[in-house]
Design a protein around this ligand. Structure first.
Ligand code: TNX
Length: 771
């Protein structure tokens, strides 16, 4: 029977090159996009008889076979053997030392055989990942059965990564994730050809790794007596009063490290110091500067309770790091280094004396002293440190790698001075930020980083010369979990943005094409779904641009999906395929209640889009800003201030809010098009003190009939700070003018003791309504 089947398969495969693919073949949708892919003719037929051949039985090569076997185990038994079998229906894994890097591979599929060649098992593992993505999606389902043989299209791939560091981070301290969930997270990394898992293990809100010498770190530091309810910006803060926590035993840590290794992923542990250390200090109060008995923190943000740079603290940290280094075989240990408030160091007699003795100019130099001591210890054990970009302040530790997160400046500075850099800027790589400004989006920390923004990210800053750019080793997505209490939401926040970042990190920059990416992604999302994950899918949500053109407000819609048709109504009723079909930008001259919906072949897709447009005397008119918003927070353009649309009351990252940093005032000019009698100006300002966003100090409106001489109409100060969005009204006293100048003064320096204390405040401005 078997022989007959084989003969049949052989005959079939001989015919295959001229056959049309049957319904069980999948589109070619490999993600991240391979460097080179050449389509062939016909397909390889995969069935129960298919065998796999490995070049050696070393365990790393077995992991390659395991990667193949695991997803399809429900259906196929794939034999692995070191003896090459002649004939057809074989997947040959071959060693090819000629390939450029250990992660490179070639995949060649012909009707007769599949060959994956690579210089190392690591590259072959990626060959298998690409191969799996050429199979129909239902192979990923737990219950998959080969009801017929699966077809794999003939092709040839020559592939290698653009960057050597392709990472994803996970904060397990703000919220705890079980070992099984961490493994599932690692599975996703492997599938996307990521090679680094950055495990953020300690925080103010919880210490999550067992340290044998200091059991209280997890007994006490692993649990908090409550968690903040809602968002940090909701005042007053309320807590749920429920004990929350958990930790990993060293055995479990080893299990995760092994699990990751089998997927060619290095785990980088992060032990935060000198800041973000309140949980450790709660366990051992002598590690802090005040000696005060503390609780594991229940609030989000940055705690003032930081490690005190005493001999005792250093001895403690060395003991901890010693145990940590023994668990993680990788080259790197992440030591945090971010957001360390200097308040307690300033007040501590011990710190001040230490600074004098060591000739340290200020507390930043003390932070640098702290990091350098830790670095020397870690280096002495043959390992290297990575730290957040604050480790540049006060002098960079000599061998440190920098994670540039507060922007790209830290990365530029580090690369210019010859240090390795990983780019993870908040502008593109923070997957705890909103991915959509849709009102139904689940609670997130703030900001807005939609899929395309991630996809368009270029990790090499323009400022770097070619010889400096080589220090940029790659990029990483960060998953901070203040607002991510469970695994389902974690996946929703991380994917598909991590798919986009995987492509940024892997695929050649010149091959990037967002439309092509979204078409592969729509297939890939089903793949993730089959595997039991819950990624976000906003491909059919509508994006809008609503901007003044000097006379009217002009509205445009788009979707990421090329096959969508958009229907809309202006009266708030639900759009159907009988409603108006959107074909070109719409001019809005009267108040409207807009609703729009994407359809594919008469079927609703994505979420309903709704927006109220208020007409007022300045809506749609001419505006000029003397001060530009920060490019990260430029909304849909300067005109967002007079487009008739209010931004969100909850978040400042949408197309309506303009953000001004560095203590900048906003001065703007409006031409109403004709002389108008004015009654009232209404303003909306955002307050998010946790994100350094403060209400303005003062607002002034000046008017002019001819655009030349402006005189003050009215001004206001001292605004109500009780809500997230302050609504300010200003009587315009029936002045008759055509031109307005509006001056909005920034709050200035943030008071010490608050988040961002001593830095200049941000200011966020939304619609200015003139009636
Ligand atoms: C900043 S990124 C932090 C984290 C927060 C995150 C929220 C970094 C080094 N520090 O502690 O969780 O922002 O987005």
């Amino acid at each position: 029977m078997k022989e007959k089947l084989l003969l049949l398969l052989f005959l079939l495969s001989a015919l295959q090159c001229t056959q049309a693919p049957s319904s069980s073949s999948a589109p070619i949708a490999i993600l991240p996009l391979p460097a080179q892919l050449e389509k062939g003719q016909g397909h390889f037929l995969l069935n129960e008889e298919t065998t796999m051949v490995l070049p050696s039985d070393e365990k790393e090569w077995q992991w390659v076979a395991q990667a193949w076997q695991e997803p399809i185990k429900a259906a196929l038994e794939v034999a692995s053997t070191t003896e090459a079998k002649a004939g057809t229906n074989v997947i040959k894994i071959m060693k090819n030392d000629g390939l450029a890097t250990p992660e490179a591979y070639e995949l060649s599929i012909s009707p007769k055989e599949i060959i994956i060649s690579a210089a190392s098992p690591h590259g072959a593992f990626y060959g298998v990942q690409s191969l799996l993505q050429l199979l129909p999606n239902d192979i990923f389902a737990a219950t998959a059965k080969p009801n017929n043989a699966w077809e794999i299209p003939c092709l040839k791939i020559v592939d290698q990564p653009r960057f050597s560091y392709r990472g994803m981070h996970l904060d397990v301290a703000r919220h705890f994730f079980e070992i099984e969930e961490v493994k599932k997270y690692i599975d996703l990394l492997a599938m996307h050809k990521m090679n680094t898992f950055h495990w953020h293990l300690t925080e103010d809100q919880g210490w999550r790794i067992e340290i044998k010498k200091y059991p209280k770190l997890t007994e006490v530091g692993g649990f908090r007596n409550g968690t903040l309810i809602g968002h940090y910006n909701d005042q007053p803060h309320q807590f749920d009063g429920q004990r929350y926590g958990g930790f990993y035993t060293q055995e479990q840590v080893k299990e995760v490290v092994q699990y990751a290794a089998e997927r060619f992923i290095t785990v980088i542990p992060e032990i935060e110091l000198p800041g973000h250390a309140q949980a450790a200090i709660a366990a051992y109060p002598e590690l802090g500067c005040t000696g005060e008995k503390l609780e594991v923190w229940q609030l989000w943000g940055v705690s003032d309770n930081v490690f005190c740079p005493t001999e005792k603290t250093f001895a403690f940290l060395e003991d901890v790091l010693e145990e940590v280094m023994a668990l993680f075989p990788g080259e790197y240990i992440h030591i945090g280094g971010d957001e360390c408030p200097k308040t307690q160091w300033k007040e501590s007699a011990f710190c001040q004396q230490l600074m004098k003795r060591e000739g340290l100019e200020d507390e930043f130099a003390l932070q640098s002293y702290f990091i350098q001591k830790i670095e020397a210890f870690i280096n002495s054990k043959g390992k290297k440190i990575i730290g957040w970009d604050e480790i540049l302040e006060g002098g960079l530790a000599p061998n440190a790698t920098v994670m540039s997160w507060r922007g790209i400046e830290g990365g530029i500075e580090a690369a210019k001075s010859g240090h390795d850099v990983i780019m993870t800027p908040t502008t593109h790589c923070y997957f705890d930020y909103y991915q959509s400004d849709h009102p139904e989006e689940p609670l997130a920390i703030g900001g807005l980083i939609p899929l395309q923004k991630v996809y368009d990210y270029e990790p090499i800053p323009e400022e770097l010369k070619e010889e400096e750019a080589v220090f940029v080793k790659g990029t990483q997505g960060n998953l901070w979990t203040e607002y991510i209490p469970n695994f389902e939401k974690l996946v929703y926040m991380a994917y598909p943005r991590a798919c986009a970042l995987a492509e940024v990190a892997w695929s050649p920059a010149a091959a990037k094409n967002f439309t092509d990416f979204t078409s592969r992604l729509s297939h890939h999302l089903q793949r993730l779904d089959q595997k039991g994950y819950t990624p976000a899918n906003h491909l059919y949500d509508l994006a809008s641009s609503i901007q003044p053109n000097g006379e009217a407000v002009v509205l445009e819609w788009s979707t990421l999906a090329p096959d969508a048709q958009i229907y809309y109504t202006l009266d708030g009723s639900t759009p159907t395929t009988q409603s108006s079909l959107y074909t070109e930008p719409i001019k809005i001259t009267a108040a409207a209640q807009l609703s729009a919906q994407a359809f594919v072949e008469d079927q609703k897709r994505g979420r309903l889009w709704q927006q109220e447009v208020n007409m007022h005397k300045a809506a749609g008119k001419k505006i000029k800003l003397k001060t530009s918003p920060h490019p990260k927070y430029a909304g849909g353009g300067d005109g967002s201030i007079i487009n008739g649309v209010n931004g969100s009351d909850e978040r400042y990252g949408d197309a309506e809010w303009l953000g001004f940093d560095d203590g900048k005032n906003l001065e703007l000019w409006i031409d109403l098009g004709q002389s108008e009698t004015l009654n009232l100006a209404e303003f909306r300002f955002f307050k998010g003190e946790g994100q350094w966003i403060y209400l303005p100090k003062r607002v002034s409106v000046l008017g002019s009939k001819d655009g030349e001489g402006f005189s003050l109409i009215n001004a206001a100060a001292d605004f109500d700070t009780s809500t997230k969005v302050a609504k300010v009204s200003l009587d315009l006293k029936k002045n008759e003018v055509q031109y307005l100048t509006i001056i909005i003064e920034n709050y200035g320096l943030i008071p010490e003791g608050r988040q961002g204390g001593g830095s200049k405040a941000w200011m966020f401005v939304d619609e200015i309504t003139i009636n």
